[in-house]
Design a protein around this ligand. Structure first.
Ligand code: PMP
Length: 354
């Protein structure tokens, strides 16, 4: 039996996607060749790349609105510096909501002045700061929509009159938003999209080409756009699996449909965390993420029993990140509601036994 996989990333992907991906590794498109042994310039792979790029824009509702989708390499961590390389002339504003925002700020500081408009570092990032102002004279404003480690998410985004940049690595394609409010979105594939190895970048073309510095080709979004995301050899397998996952999502009814399931999963788990006296949530209630739920036991002496019980129930990947401790249940798009029910049943069982 498959495990109930609550891993934070790399993480669960749809079973039918795994099946198609493994078939393609053996024999892709009936070519009698593997997907990973053909040229990325072959017609068959170019079709994959084009399909993946157009599905990403379609699902986000951004087709025909001046955006380009790219599948790059180097993880979201490379986007921390690429964003600044391409957009930061003098000053940028950042909202600091966790480890990943913190790292993006550190990289941007290599390129210019960074104004941290607000931070929740004082409370180990267990909430999202509100009521901050974004100065009007910055080159862009950067935020992280979902904080994978701390289990918080931004429910709303500030109205700004500068380009809005967002790291959506851990909640892209999971909830509806007006994506056209954003000028640049990036996300590592290894949560809601595919295996590690590629990063989706969605960028509004008209914000590019405005910095004075020279940009090395691999770091230059314009170069990647001009080469249709094939400036160098793309991560063919990761792009293919991302394409399959985006097709799966489209067939399901897109972001609107998956959001309903994600809301149900979040409600189910958070209701139990709040009800069960043996558990307490980590993140501030109004900022809780439906992708990563962070919680702890109220009585540490129950840790051994609880850990044994969830492992026996076939659950994987529930340990919290080392900077928060406790538990983290990651409930990405491909995690079925039934898996969350299994976890909730174990929590109830612990209460009965304690
Ligand atoms: N941003 C967020 C929100 C993340 O969750 C992660 C990784 N988990 C990263 C950035 C870094 O991504 P990568 O490992 O692909 O560089």
């Amino acid at each position: 039996m498959r495990k109930h996989n609550f891993s934070a990333g790399p993480c669960i992907l749809p079973q039918e996607v795994m099946k198609k991906a493994s078939d393609a590794v053996l024999n892709f498109n009936d070519l009698n060749l593997s997907l990973i042994e053909i040229s990325h310039r072959s017609k068959d792979f170019v079709e994959v790349m084009e399909n993946a790029r157009s599905l990403a824009l379609e699902l986000l509702g951004l087709q025909g609105k001046g955006y380009q989708a790219l599948f790059l390499q180097g993880g979201a961590s490379t986007e921390f510096l690429m964003v600044a390389y391409n957009l930061l002339n003098k000053k940028a504003a950042y909202l600091n909501t966790g480890t990943w925002s913190d790292k993006s700020i550190k990289e941007a500081r290599l390129f210019g002045e960074v104004i941290e408009v607000a931070s929740s570092k004082d409370a180990n990032f267990n909430y999202i700061p509100k009521n901050y102002t974004v100065p009007g004279d910055v080159d862009y404003f950067h935020c992280t929509s979902n904080n994978t480690i701390f289990g918080t998410s931004l429910k709303s985004f500030p109205e700004v009159n500068v380009p809005l940049v967002c790291d959506m690595s851990s909640d892209i394609f999971s909830r509806e938003m007006d994506f056209s409010k954003f000028d640049l979105i990036y996300a590592g594939a290894q949560k809601n999209m595919g295996p590690a190895g590629t990063t989706l970048v969605v960028v509004k073309e008209d914000i590019l080409g405005k910095v004075e510095r020279k940009i090395p080709s691999m770091m230059d979004y314009k170069v990647h756009i001009s080469k249709d995301s094939m400036f160098n050899t793309p991560s063919v397998f990761a792009v293919y699996v991302s394409m399959l996952t985006l097709e799966w999502l489209k067939d399901l009814g897109g972001i609107a449909a998956i959001e309903k399931v994600n809301d149900k999963k979040g409600d189910l788990l958070y209701t139990e965390i709040d009800r069960n006296p043996l558990f307490k949530g980590f993140a501030a209630t109004e900022d809780r993420s439906n992708m990563n739920a962070t919680f702890n036991l109220t009585d540490d002496s129950l840790k051994e029993s609880f850990d044994t019980m969830w492992k026996e129930a076939g659950i994987n990947g529930l340990n919290g990140h080392r900077s928060v401790g406790g538990y983290r249940a990651s409930m990405y798009n491909a995690l079925p509601l039934e898996s969350v029910q299994v976890l909730v049943d174990v929590m109830k069982e612990l209460e009965r036994k304690a």
